[in-house]
Design a protein around this ligand. Structure first.
Ligand SMILES: C[S@@+](CC[C@H](N)C(=O)[O-])C[C@H]1O[C@@H](n2cnc3c(N)ncnc32)[C@H](O)[C@@H]1O
Length: 456
């Protein structure tokens, strides 16, 4: 294992990439329910139920933080239903070829496509720059209007209820995209996420970076693009469920939010991307034959690409679908142009403010009527493989504001006991885990703690 190192990558301007890296600890994206704090406890529990050191399957790999940590001593099969999760896992597990960052930087600059994107979005970039300057001088109304505008993809054939400066720039940008022959999937960040989640300049840069990453078929370049999008997004909690609202409920602009927005939107996506790329390139790897699969957990258990000697599972536990929080990352990873869902407001004819992709994954673990069957399939699938299981079950997650769990802890334990001889429950703390006595079990059941189920 390499020596611990701490990397603080400083952007040209003020932004700092928060990617402290002692050993195999790395956070590729900002992520709800991150297991960053409890990685050693998870690693120890896995080693206890399976001292063989054989391959581990991380069945709901998400941000790939756990997969990466486990890869320090085991071969890993990372599984998740989302493509962005597969890309992140492949990148952090198998690493980058040498000199990748250096070569990539030169190619992005040379790509003609980047220039076309810049030209297309120039009218909106110039209006946004002017509005940002005015906002910093105290006139924040025009910037609020830009943030409230919604995504361009929803405005293509709609009348624009906004100031003439802004609507002229929208029309001209859409005209240029067409005139330059830029396809839908090539401008998806500009048209689906620009203005709301990123500045238009950042969105054009993200489109260019994603296109290069797809062209080179590089998981590392695509993962660095996802990390950049996660770092730059203007939202509370750095997720994509709700664009930031610049006004309070009475319609008054929130001045402190506006100031923060202006400074975040001035950051260069390309410069943050390059910092991430260097960082990915520097990640230590013990081997390069880890496997990342995009699959439903049932399919992966029935046909695992590597036969595991132990399974770690961290399924969702609240009604909130992860696909809603990270839909933009999924679109960037897939490189497609999805249709945007309709909102319930306005008789169902209005496109959703968050710009959610249609058909995004609905997890059975987040649906009350389906969760018991999903847990049974999970336990049965692991038991059929004849290997032990370590299951994370989270009671309380401050970032999710203690959303209630879809299934109670004791019901999950009861199901596990039908498939395994022994089910041991441990409470997770930041540093270590402790066996639960009946009063702390009670506390866990009330949703104030995080537990591991060790099933053998
Ligand atoms: C709690 S998160 C996992 C977090 C992860 N352990 C980490 O540290 O980043 C749950 C994950 O389950 C995935 N998921 C939900 N339903 C799934 C299914 N049916 N099959 C596979 N993955 C699924 C979601 O996409 C999400 O990434």
């Amino acid at each position: 294992m390499p020596k611990s190192s701490a990397v603080k990558a400083q952007n040209d301007q003020t932004e700092t990439l928060d990617v402290e890296t002692p050993g195999f600890v790395f956070r590729p994206i900002h992520y709800l329910g991150s297991k960053l704090r409890v990685l050693p406890s998870i690693g120890q529990a896995i080693d206890r139920v399976d001292p063989s050191g054989g391959p581990v399957c991380d069945l709901f790999s998400g941000s790939a933080t756990v997969s990466r940590y486990l890869s320090r001593s085991r071969r890993v099969l990372a599984v998740d239903i989302q493509e962005y999760a597969r890309v992140l896992a492949d990148a952090v597990l198998n690493g980058a070829p040498a000199y990748m960052a250096k070569n990539f930087d030169a190619s992005v600059v040379q790509a003609g496509h980047s220039e076309a994107l810049r030209q297309a979005v120039a009218p909106l970039v110039s209006v946004e720059d002017e509005f940002a300057t005015r906002a910093l001088r105290g006139d924040i109304e025009p910037l609020c209007e830009l943030l409230d505008l919604g995504n361009l993809a929803s405005l293509e054939n709609a009348p624009l209820p906004v100031s003439s400066g802004l609507s002229g720039a929208v029309r001209e940008t859409l005209r240029r995209i067409e005139a330059l022959g830029l396809r839908g999937e090539e401008t998806v960040c500009i048209r689906h996420f620009g203005g709301q989640y990123f500045s238009y300049a950042q969105a054009a840069e993200l489109d260019a970076l994603a296109a290069m990453a797809h062209k080179t078929r590089s998981s590392v370049a695509l993962a660095a693009t996802l990390s950049t999008a996660s770092q730059l997004v203007n939202s509370i909690g750095k997720q994509f469920a709700q664009p930031i609202r610049p006004r309070d409920k009475f319609g008054a602009p929130k001045r402190h939010v506006v100031k923060k927005i202006v400074s975040e939107r001035a950051l260069s996506a390309r410069s943050i991307f390059m910092r991430y790329l260097w960082h990915y390139e520097g990640l230590a790897t013990t081997r390069r034959d880890h496997v990342a699969m995009r699959a439903d957990f049932r399919e992966a258990l029935a046909n695992p690409a590597i036969r595991p000697s132990v399974v770690y599972a961290d399924p969702p536990y609240t009604r909130d679908h992860y696909s809603r929080f990270y839909h933009s990352l999924e679109t960037i990873a897939l490189g497609d142009e999805p249709s945007i869902t309709k909102s319930n407001l306005g008789g169902g004819g209005v496109k959703s403010r968050g710009g959610y992709r249609a058909g995004r994954h609905q997890s059975p673990f987040c649906i009350k009527s389906e969760a018991p069957r999903a847990f049974s399939s999970l336990f049965a699938g692991v038991a059929d493989l004849g290997v032990p299981l370590v299951l994370s079950y989270s009671g309380f997650d401050p970032s999710m504001e203690a959303r209630p769990r879809v299934m109670a802890l004791d019901a999950v334990i009861g199901l596990a006991e039908r498939y395994f001889r022994e089910v041991q429950v441990e409470q997770l703390t930041d540093l270590d885990h402790i066996k639960l006595n009946s009063s702390s079990m009670n506390k866990a059941a009330k949703g104030t703690t995080e537990v591991l189920l060790l099933c053998r």
